[in-house]
Ligand binder design. Structure first.
Ligand SMILES: *Cc1c(COP(=O)(O)O)cnc(C)c1O
Ligand SMILES: [Zn+2]
Length: 482
């Protein structure tokens, strides 16, 4: 047994910290909004400063050693246990293979077309095929811990979702089993068929509501205030903690050297960008990294409240939710992100430590998102539409001179391309409803071609049929005989 396979002995004291009024609450109950002022929370370990008793090299070595651990409780996001949720016990940790997603260098031809070196971190390679699993692994581990402490006999978990939150929540709930039961609320017709099939397959109760995500979010918030349910949206601070692991893995992958790195992240409900910024700030505070990377949020012009907020000079900024329009970046189609106060607070810290250009938000068009996703995937990537938005954001940032020189970019491919294959189909078939405003590049259309007519099998033996098909194929591809 290597010492780094052992579960850490360190325990912190997590507290909910209200971003509205600074009130603090202990972590042993489920809280989503401040009972005093209604503000959103971040979870903090007041003992975090004690971690500075070790230098950055100590932590780097520890996490590097743990990367080879065979202990399931340390295989995933809890490799970074001390930075995440150091109140949970080993027996509570749920591990379904989340985290440790690969950073894949952009194909050379794609790099050349874009004009900058970049890579994708493929968070679609998580168990439910999106980054949401990182947050759920932490939220469900906490829930197990809490159930044990409180001896609860039934916990109903509920979330509103643009598709991936419910897929992840239902998966983890199904694995944990009783006392946990999962209910998900979806905007009817606004999640992809793949995303709908996931919670159904996991056995969750799936409820659909006519409207958009923002409507569903209001419903579950109402419920969480009045009934005994566990809310699993990113308002739940435990999810944010789990999603910080994306930042830790990124830093570790690059040898803890963040100089010249520009990170592109799509913004929907703004939980992910919150988590990523929070993660990098913790690494910096412990001297695990010497410099912060630069963070670029990306939003479609059809759902861009955070972009609009930051597009004007600081003294003119005023928070204003927007009404969303149809977007292929459907997982980020949110007009009133619940984590906006978190973004504002963390962006301020980021800019004060990393300089004015350390945080910014890019706007991209629907057309750019689709063109970028198709381009990425034709070069061997597995980007979803939100991953396409990140590439479009990088292209725009280059065009505006916001990145360049010796910099390199890392794009968050937040889900697997397969979840969004319907948009690829619409692109190839030139079948987008007009509200998207997308005109496909017809030269990229790709559809299956019939090799032989439907009746070609009739009257032929298996061998004759195979020979006829091979001949038709050779003709179609104009193969030359050997
Ligand atoms: C949830 C989600 C987003 C948006 O993340 P937020 O944390 O809501 O900002 C982006 N892409 C995908 C694939 C998602 O599932
Ligand atoms: Zn408060």
């Amino acid at each position: 047994m290597h010492h780094h396979s052992e579960f850490p002995a360190y325990r912190g004291r997590m507290e909910y910290v209200c971003l509205g009024c600074d009130a603090r609450y202990p972590h042993d109950s489920l809280l989503y909004a401040c009972p005093e002022c209604g503000g959103v929370f971040l979870l903090e370990d007041p003992d975090f400063p004690h971690l500075k008793e070790h230098d950055g090299a100590y932590w780097r070595d520890l996490f590097d050693a743990r990367a080879t651990s065979r202990n399931p409780a340390l295989r995933g996001i809890f490799r970074y246990y001390e930075l995440l949720a150091p109140t949970l016990d080993e027996e509570d940790i749920v591990y379904l293979g989340e985290g440790g997603t690969p950073v894949v260098e952009a194909a050379p031809a794609l790099k050349e077309a874009v004009g900058l070196s970049f890579a994708y971190k493929n968070d679609g390679q998580n168990p439910s095929a999106s980054f949401k699993d990182r947050g759920m692994a932490c939220a469900f581990s906490y829930l197990k811990w809490l159930c044990r402490r409180r001896e609860w006999e039934e916990v109903l978990t509920i979330c509103a979702s643009t598709g991936d939150t419910s897929a992840a929540a239902a998966l983890y709930a199904a694995y944990v089993g009783p006392p946990v039961k999962s209910v998900v609320l979806l905007p009817k017709g606004k999640v992809t068929p793949q995303q709908l099939s996931q919670p159904l397959g996991s056995g969750a109760t799936v409820l659909e509501l006519p409207g958009v995500f923002d409507d569903c979010m209001k419903v579950v918030e109402h419920l969480a205030e009045r009934y005994n349910v566990a809310l699993l949206n990113s308002k739940n601070g435990w999810r944010i903690l789990g999603q910080e692991s994306w930042a830790y893995e990124t830093a570790q992958w690059y040898g803890w050297d963040m100089a010249g790195l520009c990170v592109f992240v799509p913004i929907g409900n703004a939980g992910n960008i919150t988590a990523i910024m929070s993660g990098f700030l913790k690494l910096k505070e412990l001297d695990i990294i010497a410099a912060l990377p630069r963070i670029f949020g990306v939003q479609s012009e059809h759902a861009d409240p955070v972009y609009r907020y930051y597009a004007v000079p600081p003294q003119q900024r005023r928070w204003q939710p927007v009404s969303v329009q149809a977007s292929v970046a459907q997982a980020a189609m949110i007009g009133n992100p619940v984590s906006f106060p978190r973004v504002r607070a963390l962006a301020e810290r980021f800019v004060s430590q990393g300089g004015e250009n350390a945080f910014q938000v890019m706007q991209v068009s629907e057309q750019q998102i689709m063109d970028a996703m198709i381009a990425a995937n034709r070069h061997g990537h597995i980007a979803c539409t939100q991953g396409g938005a990140c590439l479009a954001g990088l292209v725009n940032a280059l065009a505006h001179g916001l990145v360049g020189g010796r910099e390199r970019a890392l794009l968050d491919a937040t889900a697997h391309s397969l979840k969004f294959s319907g948009f690829q189909e619409m692109y190839f078939a030139d079948a987008f409803p007009p509200e998207y405003g997308i005109t496909p590049d017809k030269s990229l259309a790709n559809t299956p071609q019939d090799l032989l007519p439907e009746n070609a099998r009739a009257g032929r033996s298996d061998a004759e049929y195979a020979k006829a098909a091979a001949l038709a194929l050779a003709e179609r591809l104009q193969l030359r005989p050997r």
